[in-house]
Ligand binder design. Structure first.
Ligand SMILES: Cc1cc2nc3c(=O)[nH]c(=O)nc-3n(C[C@H](O)[C@H](O)[C@H](O)COP(=O)(O)O)c2cc1C
Length: 233
């Protein structure tokens, strides 16, 4: 490893640690976050695009119909009570409508428990085991240049089912635009993580993150729309 890679890895670890500290939901649980079995966040071979960087043509992301891929969990959740549609799913719907995009929801074959504490337990076990939970169906991403990719932060990281989906697909030549919800952790370094695991893709660094309970409000959804408009959609 050269020094750039080492400093990138240290930076990512610092972001994840800070994200972990920022999420108040963790304080009611005793789950371990210090594992090495979660997905890799090592060296990235992908550009993290700065929207202010004139070397990257914004228009390059705008050709063809985009695809919105997302994972979201409904039922009881932190800050929002019991809901029929998850927080990230609400933002995904805004994107699908505004972009006129095709979509694919990553749905677990074995649903997560509806009770929040039980879902936390299951997610923790999956993380500690480095599990790759199965999802229902699939989508052929080969025909799409631009893919919006949405998910919640779980344990300062991507949910393990998201790792599974990412690892199952060929991201070569794709432009990936991430969005996520959380309750204090921001994007928790996951845009860089995606950059490291979506081999061959270009990950836009100007993704969008929003607190889950805000995503449920008209104001939050208006912020999503404004972000999409800012990207040129
Ligand atoms: C298993 C689990 C772990 C979570 N870990 C974090 C976390 O580390 N940081 C954070 O800010 N929020 C965390 N949350 C809160 C979710 O990110 C937040 O509620 C999100 O909006 C849920 O999105 P969804 O409804 O689309 O699933 C966690 C929630 C669950 C269920």
């Amino acid at each position: 490893m050269n020094t750039k890679i080492i400093s990138t890895a240290i930076g990512i670890l610092a972001i994840v640690a800070l994200a972990w500290i920022a999420w108040p939901g963790k304080t009611t649980h005793t789950a371990s976050n210090s594992d090495s079995t979660a997905g890799s966040s090592e060296a990235t071979n992908i550009d993290i695009i700065d929207i202010n960087d004139d070397n990257h043509e914004k228009g390059a992301t705008m050709s063809g119909k985009p695809l919105v891929i997302y994972f979201s969990r409904a039922d009881e959740n932190y800050e929002v009570g019991t809901v029929d549609v998850g927080n990230t799913a609400l933002l995904a719907k805004v994107a699908i409508d505004q972009l006129g995009a095709d979509s694919f929801e990553i749905k677990p074959v074995t649903p997560y428990p509806a009770v929040y504490d039980e879902a936390i337990e299951q997610a923790t076990a999956e993380r500690n085991a480095g599990a790759r939970p199965d999802y229902i169906g699939d989508v052929d991403i080969s025909g799409y240049d631009t893919i919006f990719f949405g998910y919640p932060i779980w344990w300062g990281d991507l949910p393990m089912i998201v790792y599974n989906f990412v690892e199952d697909h060929d991201w070569s030549g794709k432009i990936v635009i991430p969005f996520n919800t959380h309750e204090g952790s921001g994007n928790a370094g996951t845009y860089q993580t995606l950059g490291s695991i979506m081999t061959g893709a270009t990950l836009r660094g100007d993704g969008f993150n929003l607190a889950g309970h805000v995503a449920r409000t008209s104001e939050g959804q208006a912020r999503m729309k404004t972000w999409l408009t800012g990207l040129g959609y």
